[in-house]
Design a protein around this ligand. Structure first.
Ligand SMILES: [Zn+2]
Length: 472
């Protein structure tokens, strides 16, 4: 006990990653909040010490791009399974996307259904994005007042009917409201024109080949969308966040917008950094996503943009579905047009990687000479800032929640889908050997995951923004 009567616990390691540095340190925690960060031996008399030795003690990851799909498509994923997968992957906060659940989070009523579904199921903390769809501009302020952290939109069909795409007129209705609220517009940046033109030219090409899928979603679709979004957001003074950037050709545009002082942030995903089109075999629909995974040279440029800071963060875009909807050939099956096995155009687009994001990104990052502190920037601090959660999440500093991931950067393991905690065991990383093993995850100072087991009962909380957040 200290003078205030609160029990103080000290977590220390030889590799603590704080906002300023990485190395020997002791993190003092009181009532679930970081009270101080001190020297390794600076431990108050009587404090309980948890010493992690050579393991990295880093802020828990904040994954701002997760499709939980509950309520309505809980057979695809769900709050219980998604937040367990998160905890097992060292992710202590997720922000749920407004679509693929039914209802989609495009009204206060729908948001209330989402909050009710989340209740008492959460192993980690969860925030929420609302949606901008045609005709819901009047819902945006009430949704902010109810606690959503920002708004997502699509400029191309989203894949589900209840979340239609917006056009320029819809954006012109929504953006003044978002600018007034000071919340970011998160945009799926592809426009239909170049996709339709490319698809017409592909008549007769095999839908079983990833190359055909790739050719149907050309970089021009992303570039044109980003140009449009930058222009409209500049006009209205709204914050813009480009989700899952795949086309590295857009980096120059984004760099220029940032240099001119426009408030724009950019994310890419583990699959664009770790996988490449050249290595995706026919029928491998587990690698289908939109925008598509592009060629190695493109992905090298994404890495360079991430290292330079034009790309701010890495989020998973965890978007699972029941395995049957991926149409992936299994066992001795061959990709086959007649059965739709391995058909990229009929398979659900989405990759589930919430639990593996740390290891997948780390495996590539360490090869490029980066240390864990870069990962903490890309996967904890920057996403916390995007979601407006940085006063509580995303770094090891006094006043922040004691959310930690404790992991071994040198350990390797081979991905066994059956051992994942997401609802379905489908992953494009099956059989890959990766570096970086999560040993324990702490939420507000409490160990919520360790050695394959989760603490009971779950203690994750809903994170509300806006006026609702002041009361929580
Ligand atoms: Zn997504």
């Amino acid at each position: 006990m200290d003078v205030t009567g609160h029990a103080r616990r000290v977590y220390r390691s030889r590799r603590v990653v704080t906002a300023e540095r990485s190395g020997l340190a002791a993190v003092h925690v009181e009532s679930g909040v970081i009270a101080a960060v001190g020297g390794y031996d600076d431990v108050p008399v009587g404090a309980e010490i948890v010493d992690f030795g050579d393991l990295v003690l880093m802020p828990g990851l904040v994954d701002t791009h997760v499709h939980v799909n509950e309520p309505g498509r809980t057979e695809w994923e769900g709050f219980a399974s998604a937040t367990r997968a998160a905890a097992a992957g060292g992710v202590t906060t997720i922000v749920d996307m407004p679509l693929n659940s039914v209802p989609a989070t495009t009204s206060v009523q729908a948001f209330k259904a989402k909050l009710a579904a989340a209740d008492s199921q959460l192993t980690v903390d969860v925030g929420f994005w609302g949606g901008v769809v045609p005709g819901n501009a009047a819902e945006l302020r009430p949704l902010r007042d109810a606690g959503v952290l920002g708004f997502k939109c699509f400029l191309v069909p989203s894949g589900v009917d209840e979340f239609p795409a917006v056009g320029e007129a819809d954006l012109r209705a929504a953006l003044p409201e978002l600018a007034a609220l000071g919340l970011p517009l998160l945009a799926h940046a592809e426009v239909p024109g170049p996709i339709e033109a490319a698809t017409t030219k592909l008549a007769g090409a095999s839908p079983l080949r990833h190359a055909t899928w790739l050719a149907s979603r050309p970089p021009a679709a992303e570039l044109e969308a980003i140009e449009l979004l930058l222009r409209l957001c500049r006009e209205h003074g709204a914050r813009l966040h480009i989700v899952h950037l795949s086309a590295s050709g857009a980096v120059d545009l984004l760099r220029a917008a940032k240099a001119a002082g426009q408030p724009v942030s950019v994310e890419t995903c583990p699959h664009y950094l770790a996988l490449c089109a050249e290595e995706i075999a026919d029928g491998r629909t587990d690698c289908k996503c939109a925008p598509p995974i592009r060629e190695r040279a493109n992905n090298e440029s994404l890495w360079a943009a991430l290292e330079e800071g034009v790309i701010d963060l890495v989020a998973s875009d965890h978007s699972p579905c029941p395995p049957a909807m991926k149409n992936l050939p299994t066992g001795d099956e061959m990709a086959d047009r007649d059965t739709a096995r391995g058909d990229f155009f009929r398979a659900w687009g989405g990759i589930a990687s919430l639990e593996l994001a740390l290891s997948v990104v780390w495996t590539a990052a360490r090869r490029r000479g980066h240390g864990p502190e870069r990962l903490a920037q890309w996967m904890s601090a920057a996403p916390a800032r995007l979601a407006g959660l940085d006063s509580r999440k995303g770094s090891i500093a006094p006043g922040r929640d004691a959310d930690f991931v404790v992991w071994d950067p040198d350990a390797t393991f081979t991905v066994d889908p059956a051992r994942l905690h997401q609802r379905h065991d489908l992953t494009p990383y099956a059989g890959r050997t990766v570096h970086g093993a999560v040993r324990a995850t702490y939420l507000r100072g409490r160990e919520v995951f360790s050695a394959g087991a989760f603490a009971q009962p779950p203690t994750g909380r809903v994170l509300l923004g806006g006026p609702a957040g002041l009361a929580s």
